[in-house]
Design a protein around this ligand. Sequence first.
Ligand SMILES: Cc1ncc(COP(=O)(O)O)c(C=O)c1O
Length: 400
Amino acid sequence: MKDELQLIQYPENSDEKYNLDFMSLENAKKVQAFHASFPVYKETPLAVLRETAGLLGIDNIYVKDESYRFGLNAFKVLGGSYAIGNYLAQKLGKTLSEMPYERLVSEEVRKELGDITFVTATDGNHGRGVAWTAGQLRQRAVVYMPKGSAAERLENIRAEGAEASITDLNYDGAVRLANRQAQEKGWVMVQDTAWEGYEDIPQWIMQGYGTMGYEAYTQLPEKPTHIFLQAGVGSMAGAVAGFFAGVYGKDRPIITIVEPDKADCIFRTAKAADGRLHFVTGDMDTIMAGLACGEPCSIGWNVLKDYADYFISCPDYMAAQGMRILGNPAAGDSRVIAGESGAAAFGCVSEILRNPRYAQIKERLKLNKTSRALFFNTEGDTDRENYRSIVWDGIYGRPV
Ligand SMILES: Cc1ncc(COP(=O)(O)O)c(C=O)c1O
């Protein structure tokens, strides 16, 4: 079905739920304290789009706006910096609380550690965060990008001092290349997705995203009824869903995961519900570059299978619609600059609320005039040329 949104519910088949201690409120507070030791740290804003919510027929919309994160236009640095901090603390036999930013970047620590090369694969945002962190530490970063990556995203990574290149592989192929290089050359792989045998760093990365959840939790004036999270490999969605499921317990909001229909590996895994992960292969040609991942993160999936209520596979035009609405909200609401991946979940929900064709899905999700929905704008206009084509020229409009 082309350009059709699909929604499914994962069958609850076990009372034994994945342990959420690693994303507990207490842990998230510690992670936030680590990030707060960075001179660039500033809480990102929580935009309140009450007027826009009214136009769309719900009570309120909250958008945690990560385009303000560390001047890097995306949330991803939270994960890479926390994981690298943990890795280095462990290497030095210290706890992370003994290694705030000032110590981590000190000459003394630099000498003790010697030269380290961090390597990763990225569609842009994660690699920029790793490159930024390595730059702060005066260490080396090597970054591989999938084919078709935007030139601006490549240049932004290089501007942080990393050696970055666009490969002729898809995202998952680039991850395997980075892993091989790490093994052959003794580099440290800092990947934002986990698989069997590679789970420490990805789990730290997920914990790093806890700062975003924690800030939103402290900023929200009321409990949301719904949380919508976009997913690539599902680390971010798993981290944020896990955090909110932990803090709200049984009364948690309805949690829905949104993926591009061209890279809906978590949707397919949920749909098959056979205890295995399901992959998407090939080019995954979607405008939501940050979400163009074909292999779910094992830890992310473990959280989502137990704590996410719905999974959605969504066409590109909905993300584009989200970018346009967030950039031009109803009068009185503040504007949010959202890139293709950042606007994905919001765009999908805006279509469910606006298009009568999705009335049943709206009802299944219990979206009505009492709903208060929370979204995460995980990136700003990280590809400005494409941003303008979508918002100014209106490409990727709703198909007629
Ligand atoms: C802007 C943006 N949003 C969301 C995500 C999804 O994160 P994850 O891959 O952990 O699902 C990414 C991943 O790169 C991203 O760049």
